[in-house]
Design a protein around this ligand. Sequence first.
Ligand code: ZN
Length: 374
Amino acid sequence: MAKFRKKRTFIGLLLLSLLVWAGCSQLGFVKKSDQKSQTIKANKTTTEVETKKAVSIEEEEKEKDMGATYVEKNERREKVTAFCQKIEKRFTKYGWGKSKCMNYPWNFVRTSVKGDPLIWMTFGNETEKRKETTLILCGVHGDEITPIKFCFDILDHMNELALKEDKEEHLKDRLVLIAPIVNPDSFLKKWPTRTNANGVDVNRNFPTRDFKRDAIKLWKNRYKKDKRRYPGTVAMSEPETLFQVNLLKRYGPDKIISVHAPLTMLDYDGPADRHAGGVVGSSANQLLMQMSEQAKGYKIKNYPFFPGSLGNYAGNERNIPTYTLELPSSDNRKSKKYWRLFKDAIHSAIMHTMDKDMEVARDERAPSDSLKQN
Ligand SMILES: [Zn+2]
């Protein structure tokens, strides 16, 4: 009997130690993943950390871009070719003729949520000696389709310019960056949408200082949870936002032109913002007036900006003159007309050299005032 009890105790102890061991390792495992999720959480709480993350990713990205192996480069080419075939189909569908997407030596490192390449082209001087860098973004909202054709028209124009004999004069000191389809997943849908594949508005997802405090709150209260304007729970959660932030960090543009539709206006955010009472005669405002004049007096409207928007992130917080051109509609049949109307204005904008010493206007706008639609 005693022997049996001994045996039972032994088995009991064995079982107990097994349970303790399993529990510990289980606990250990939970703890590890807990730590991991806590780290992720902590990383995503401050926009400063987010911005830091963007810097390191940007460096890594540059390295990846420069140091790509032959196989990697080949894979990228194949990816771009497949993507361009999809773009070509859209061009045919919308009656836009040939996109010439295949002809361009696109840059790309990052992909969209669904895995399509986030492409950009560079024209001109990429060395540090350049005096002026212009970044042009199109297709941030996938259902605004005319801006995408508009960017391909700019690409055509830049190509012609580069082929001209006097290209040395035109592009000697400047660099022009064109990202024609910032949000490809939405554009390539059967029925294009404003938000990306995760349902996030990538012009509301920038890591602005007011993001954490205001983005979700405003979306809930002011926009009654309008799905088209969802900023995401965390700033810069989307690859399409990261893509834009990295272009800014990598090239440090002197000005940005972001093309949207259909609000029929030219909007400006940045230094000497007239709305904030800055210096009206500044270089940036001069260009604003000039662009409007060259497009038959196109309406200039100064809308306040929004938490997580490009105008806020680049124009307001980083003092980069940011022009938002809102074309009159997303009607694919009007694309030619829009390009004719704005060709000169875009050319002037590219050739304009910002006065680098201009006075920087302080942002004194109340947060409740900082709302904008584009
Ligand atoms: Zn838009």
